[in-house]
Write a protein that binds this ligand. Structure first.
Ligand code: ZN
Ligand code: ZN
Length: 392
């Protein structure tokens, strides 16, 4: 249950590399070997993660402790002195590990000593950078109407970044009290006057009605491992879309896994993360309430959700990301480095769409022309909704 109150008064910011025992060059984590590998001589150093269970922490206790911990100025960029080439450079405030911009040495810092919470577990990289690039190429190839520049980008030696992103996972027991109405459809015989051949006649019809019955009840639900991205580097939509993750394979945190990769500390606070989790829970609970009310229609007039036994984990998950600029706009995509699932934003080629539309119009035009009905052609083009295509 260690982990919080990590802020160490007077703690020094340090940075390190993991030197190879054979040649002294730097070791980096190799996704293919699940081990540290020497970038120079290829020596493998296996990791032996301790076989300890990954515990969840009590949420309320952690929030209370965070309240009491001193604030450290995390906004200030940090000065790094490369342990290999001794060059100095600054690091964005939330970056824990990186590569030296001068000698490419993989550097891991102890940034977490300044944070109220330190990550306790992670999933190591399983998909290497080469494989990630193939996945990206395949994805781009599958995109309709993507600009050709995008394909060029996949062939270029563009920068792919392996990064451990921070995530919260939340567990909670919930009890929900609700009141509402159950609506059952029934049919009522009604008489109606109709005119048949000018003669007034009475007919009987069945008309639908809804009978509303007041209902109330209680629903208990347990939620396990609701995953909330704690990064602001990737849009939430993207960070949360990379599921599922094999969280049953989490290993205790060890900074050796970070060597050669970027990694971030959380930039979405724990309580804000739980607020996101609560909205996910409420969505699922409302569905369950509607199912419980039953009938043909449901109204929920009152709902009160109580969260108990709240717990969380602070974990790091491996992601390959890259971004590209296309016509002044930035597009990002991300790959789950455990499963290879890729999600991303994509640009559209206005030229390709323009020619596709032109092609369809030509076909339609030819069709109308062949039908030898000039009126139809004119009419068709007049009624076309104005298609506005921006050719920037
Ligand atoms: Zn070596
Ligand atoms: Zn260096």
């Amino acid at each position: 249950m260690a982990g919080f109150t990590k802020v160490i008064k007077g703690g020094a910011f340090t940075q390190k590399t993991f030197p190879c025992s054979q040649c002294g060059a730097s070791l980096v984590f190799s996704a293919d070997d699940t081990a540290l590998k020497c970038e120079y001589c290829g020596a493998i150093n296996y990791l032996y993660p301790p076989k300890i269970p990954i515990y969840e922490q009590d949420l309320d206790k952690a929030l209370a402790k965070i309240e009491q911990t001193p604030r450290y100025n995390l906004k200030a960029p940090k000065e790094i002195k490369c342990p290999v080439c001794a060059a100095t450079f600054t690091l964005e405030p939330h970056i824990r590990s990186t590569r030296c911009p001068y000698c490419n040495a993989p550097i891991v810092t102890n940034l977490d000593i300044f944070m109220p919470l330190a990550p306790e577990s992670l999933l190591p990289f399983k998909i290497n950078g080469k494989k990630a690039k193939e996945i990206f190429k395949k994805w781009v190839g599958s995109l309709w109407f993507a600009p050709s520049e995008l394909e060029k980008y996949t062939r270029s030696d563009s920068r792919f970044e392996g990064i451990y992103l921070p995530y919260w996972t939340f567990d909670a027991d919930t009890t929900t009290h609700f009141q509402g109405y159950r609506g059952d459809t029934y049919y009522e015989r009604v008489q109606r006057v109709v005119y048949i051949d000018g003669r007034e006649q009475m007919v009987e019809e069945m008309e639908p009605r809804i009978e509303w019955t007041p209902v109330q009840g209680e629903i208990d639900r347990h939620f396990d491992d609701i995953l909330i991205g704690a990064t602001k580097t990737l849009p939430r939509r993207l960070a949360d879309s990379l599921q599922p993750w094999d969280l049953e394979n989490l290993v205790p945190y060890d900074d050796k896994y970070l060597s050669g990769f970027e990694s971030e500390t959380y930039s979405v606070a724990l309580d804000d993360g739980f607020d996101y989790a609560k909205s996910y829970m409420e969505f699922a609970i409302r569905e369950a309430v509607r199912a419980r009310i039953g009938g043909d229609h449901q109204k929920i007039s009152y709902i009160q959700i109580y969260h108990e036994n709240k717990s969380f984990k602070y974990i790091l998950l491996p992601v390959w990301t890259a971004h590209f600029r296309y016509r002044g706009k930035e597009y990002r995509f991300a790959i789950n480095a455990r499963t290879g699932v890729i999600k991303g934003e994509r640009p559209w080629s206005s030229w390709k769409i323009f020619f596709a539309v032109l092609f369809v119009l030509t076909l339609l035009g030819a069709f109308f022309f062949m039908s030898e009905n000039e009126g139809a052609v004119t009419h068709f083009f007049e009624t076309l909704p104005s298609i506005q295509i921006q050719l920037r």
